[in-house]
Design a protein around this ligand. Structure first.
Ligand SMILES: C[S@@+](CC[C@H](N)C(=O)[O-])C[C@H]1O[C@@H](n2cnc3c(N)ncnc32)[C@H](O)[C@@H]1O
Length: 422
């Protein structure tokens, strides 16, 4: 179940319908006008709805898949669960072994050696095929498998230009995985629309209810030569097997996943955080300070907000050394420095200059902000039990300058830091 029935997909896969989809931007942008134009051209109500949905999903997908989205088909759930392409490329590098020759187009086409050295990857629960797209694009021979008929057909369409990828409509549990060089798992972690018209889904909390279940996936991953398992970033650390490397990943400041790597795909045991964006930063558990010091100190001129992947991985104090920073509180994930950090580790934090420390009580805070000419605030919080929108309403500030307010704690004191982003 994924919001599209097989019959609608079959109709959409007709060459002339696909051609109409590719040219849909020629029609008026207004949805109603676009719909009646398509009906006038003779498309049924179902196909018209399918074309409009695909056009919208292609536009939405550009954020994840770049220009490739314009040539792909989606289901709404499939797109929501698809890996962003730069992150999928990172998965591919990990499964293929960084810097390892993948036996790609080196001018040895057709030779037995080249064929033998091409690594094989099974993507077991491939969705619309975003990870497989990267695996095959980077030279692997890919077998992509999905238990959902429509999703498998869409993956097949999306991978059609990659001769080294094939798609099977099957359950992962029924695939013989023994012959593959690497296995990739991205288990479904949301319920499928249970009879609701909108097909809305809900998050599954028990890993045994993932599909396939986490214990089955981990058993397979442990037995594989190399394997990667993509999971939600809120994963309980106690579920990470000792044999795995667990890497939390953020992309453009959004925490997108934790991946467990096994066998040859595991580079360094333990926890790590990978920050992907304009700059990249890798922080590893081994970078944590050796002593048991909590690293708390006086508030300095700068407040540093660590990237969410670093927070989720439990590696905030690993930044203290490289940034010459201290924590503002033993339990709160903010750091502070006297000098604005500039080195490579600064890619792992958002930096704010602290201009004042204000009281947290709303009437006194309001007075203090108005007297400083502040009229528009971004509200951040850690270690403070507030609802930012509610606070903004209660403050009722008259028009004025912009500032970022950080509700947090310094020792036992609840305070608001008046800051400006650097
Ligand atoms: C999170 S999505 C995969 C997204 C994919 N990695 C991507 O980037 O596009 C999980 C997929 O697993 C499929 N699935 C669920 N249970 C499965 C099973 N037992 N065997 C194979 N596929 C399964 C679902 O239909 C869904 O498409």
């Amino acid at each position: 179940m994924n919001g599209m029935d097989p019959q609608t997909l079959t109709e959409l896969l007709d060459v002339s319908v696909l051609d109409r989809l590719d040219r849909i931007e020629d029609l008026p942008a207004d949805e109603l006008a676009r719909s009646s134009a398509l009906r006038k051209e003779g498309y049924s109500a179902e196909v018209t709805a399918g074309l409009l949905t695909q056009a919208q999903l292609r536009r939405d997908a550009v954020k994840k898949l770049g220009p490739f989205a314009e040539d792909m088909l989606f289901t709404r759930d499939g797109l929501a669960q698809a890996t962003r392409l730069p992150v999928a490329a990172h998965h591919a590098r990990r499964l293929l072994g960084e810097g390892k020759d993948t036996g790609g187009d080196e001018g040895t086409e057709g030779s037995a050696d080249a064929a033998d050295s091409t690594p094989t990857i099974a993507d077991l629960g491939c969705g619309i095929g975003a990870d497989s797209f990267a695996f095959a694009g980077m030279g692997a021979q890919v077998t992509a498998v999905d238990a959902d008929e429509v999703t498998a057909a869409i993956a097949s369409f999306n991978l059609r230009h990659l001769a080294n990828a094939s798609v099977e409509h099957a359950r992962a549990e029924d695939i013989d995985t023994s012959a593959f060089d690497a296995l990739w798992f991205d288990p479904a972690r949301r319920t499928v629309g249970k009879g609701t018209k909108s097909g809305s889904t809900a998050r599954i909390f028990d890993p045994e209810d993932f599909s396939p279940s986490l214990s089955w996936v981990i058993d397979k991953a442990l037995a594989a030569k190399a394997a990667g398992v993509k999971l939600g970033p809120a994963l309980d650390h106690s579920l990470v097997p000792d044999e795995a490397e667990a890497q939390w990943v953020s992309h453009l400041s959004e925490v997108v996943e934790v991946c467990l790597y096994f066998g040859e795909a595991r580079q360094r045991p333990g926890r790590s955080a990978l920050v992907m964006g304009e700059r990249t930063l890798l922080v590893h558990e081994d970078d944590l300070p050796a002593d048991d010091e909590d690293g708390v100190g006086e508030l300095g001129q700068y407040l540093l907000e660590p990237d969410g992947a670093i927070v989720r991985a439990g590696l905030v104090t690993a930044l203290c050394g490289p940034l010459q920073a201290r924590r503002v509180h033993p339990k709160i994930a903010y750091l502070t420095t006297d000098v604005e950090p500039t080195g490579p580790a600064s890619a792992g934090v958002t930096i704010y200059e602290v201009t004042d420390v204000l009281p947290a009580k709303i009437p006194s805070l309001r007075k203090a902000l108005i007297s400083r000419g502040i009229g528009s605030v971004v509200i951040k919080k850690r270690g403070a039990d507030i609802v930012p929108d509610q606070v903004r309403r209660q403050l009722k500030l008259p028009a004025g300058d912009k500032a970022t307010l950080v509700f947090t704690r310094l020792g036992d004191r609840h305070v608001v830091l008046l800051t400006q982003p650097c």
